[in-house]
Design a protein around this ligand. Structure first.
Ligand SMILES: O=C(O)CCC(=O)C(=O)O
Length: 268
């Protein structure tokens, strides 16, 4: 079963076109559910071991209520690394972006607890000190996710909206972007185990609250173009990201630290 992570899933041209137009696309049935169920237990254990101690939900701020976040699990668990570094997913990311190959930026488990709050509207690349728009997140549900559990949802075609690019995930991003994103087609759907959504670094997205009694479990992998260089260390957020996800890389240099292996490339 572990071999599945090294096999190919053909990305249909319609998905490439949708991603090119909308900056997001959900590929249904991209991963076999049995393989995901096998790794889910490992991710749950890793989250229990490595999540920072949390306040009761009512005492947390908006960001903390949105999800519990544990990052770079590929570094601490080999079974999870098989998924995070899988050629199958990395090839899909490469094909969708139309580039020659991708590197790891980082992975993370994002658990929206039972009763947890909404994930405010935002775009990810606010945080990322990279010189390219070829960045993409694979958002992988670890269970079926109903609408009332807070699946990730997108404003299609919103990457061109420049005014929100300076907003971190916050009450401010929610209030400013909620109104602005009403101008874009909204994509909010339930997910089945095995579906994977991809969104670009500048595409705005959010997730509703988890109104159920069960945690919403997702694992994400962020890929960058294999030719990406480090740039724009203009905010404490980006300086933190550079130190944490691209250690030792200087501004202007290729992002090729040991934490950024090439996960897939087309051979010339
Ligand atoms: O899972 C969530 O609620 C948020 C995920 C997200 O914003 C992302 O993966 O970029």
């Amino acid at each position: 079963m572990d071999r599945i992570w090294e096999t190919t899933h053909t990305v249909e041209q319609a998905a490439v076109d949708a991603y090119g137009q909308d900056g997001c696309v959900t590929i249904r049935g991209a991963l076999p559910s049995e393989a995901l169920m096998q790794v889910r237990g490992e991710i749950r254990r890793a989250v229990r071991q490595h999540a920072a101690p949390a306040l009761p939900l009512a005492q947390r701020n908006t960001y903390q209520r949105a999800f519990t976040q544990v990052t770079n699990l590929w570094q601490i668990n080999q079974r999870i690394a098989q998924v995070a570094c899988s050629a199958r997913l990395a090839e899909m990311a490469t094909v969708l972006m139309g580039c020659e190959g991708v590197r790891m930026y980082h992975d993370q488990a994002l658990i929206k607890e039972a009763g947890g709050g909404a994930t405010p509207w935002h775009c990810d690349q606010f945080y990322w000190p990279v010189d390219t728009d070829n960045t993409i997140t694979a958002w992988i549900p670890l269970q079926d996710i109903a609408l009332e559990q807070g699946p990730l949802s997108f404003a299609r075609g919103s990457a061109s909206y420049a005014l929100g690019r300076g907003l971190s995930i916050s009450d401010e991003s929610e209030s400013q972007l909620k109104a602005a994103m009403a101008d874009y087609p909204y994509e909010s759907t339930a997910f089945a185990l095995g579906d994977v959504s991809f969104h670009s670094g500048w595409t705005y997205h959010h997730a509703g609250p988890n109104e159920t009694n069960h945690d919403r479990e997702a694992f994400t992998i962020i890929y960058i173009d294999k030719a990406a260089t480090l740039t724009g260390l203009t905010t404490p957020f980006r300086q933190y990201d550079a130190r944490t996800w691209c250690p030792g890389i200087k501004p202007g240099a290729l992002i090729n630290s040991p934490l950024n292996p090439i996960l897939f490339e087309f051979t010339p």
